[in-house]
Design a protein around this ligand. Structure first.
Ligand code: ITT
Length: 193
């Protein structure tokens, strides 16, 4: 099976390839396409929006991922705004700094949090499969580790003493929202009509 990865985020593409380990042929989006709109209020709405937007441009099924970090003590932020928490075009460092300041300004050294991942597989104008998954854990007010991307230096999954950014890719995928969602998607591919 060949799937077009409907994302502009290289870290997501790398993680999908690691998690799938060759079971599916992944191809990138053709270059020069506009960025899909992301105006939904939920991860699933945004994943659907991206999948259907890019599916209109290609023949093969496309897979979109919308994901992010939810911190209930911060009113659910960064949430669906995770990629642009510190402003449009913000980099991971700026987003992490903003999260650290948001925690500290509320007197929090740590807080419960989860990473969520919605995946939508679409072909042409039709959604074929949708799955959602999450990993519960904690965020902290100081970063640790050099691996991964995004908020990985601030997040530890429940049952692990280390941050995602302190883990190898294989260790992160034992816990991660994305790896769980991909496994569920693969299990449901036979349901596709
Ligand atoms: P596309 O829309 O092109 O896929 P994006 O980076 O804009 O790329 P999202 O809107 O889904 O994608 O935002 C996801 C953000 O959530 C991402 O940029 C990270 O800041 C964060 N995030 C998601 N998964 C993560 C992970 O496994 N580790 C750390 N941060 C993650």
């Amino acid at each position: 099976m060949r799937i077009v990865m409907a994302t502009q985020n290289r870290n997501k593409v790398r993680e999908f390839a690691e998690i799938l380990g060759g079971r599916v042929e992944l191809v990138p989006l053709p270059s020069g396409l506009p960025k899909a709109p992301e105006t939904g209020e939920t991860f699933l709405e945004n994943a659907r929006q991206k999948a259907l937007f890019y599916a209109a441009y290609v023949e093969d099924p496309v897979l979109a991922d919308d994901s992010g970090l939810v911190v209930p003590a911060l009113g659910g932020e960064p949430g669906v705004h995770s990629a642009r928490y510190a402003g449009e075009g913000a980099d991971d460092g700026a987003n992490n700094d903003k999260l650290v300041h948001a925690l500290r300004s509320r007197g929090l050294r740590q807080a419960e949090a989860w990473f969520a991942c919605a995946l939508v597989l679409a072909r042409k104008d039709r959604v074929m499969l949708e799955v959602e998954s999450r990993v519960d854990g904690f965020v902290y007010d100081e970063p640790r580790g050099e691996h991964g991307f995004g908020y990985d230096p601030l997040f530890s999954p429940q049952g692990a003493l280390r941050r995602f950014a302190e883990m190898s890719a294989a260790e992160k995928h034992q816990f991660s929202h994305r790896a769980r969602a991909v496994r569920e998607l693969l299990a449901r591919i036979p349901e596709m009509t």
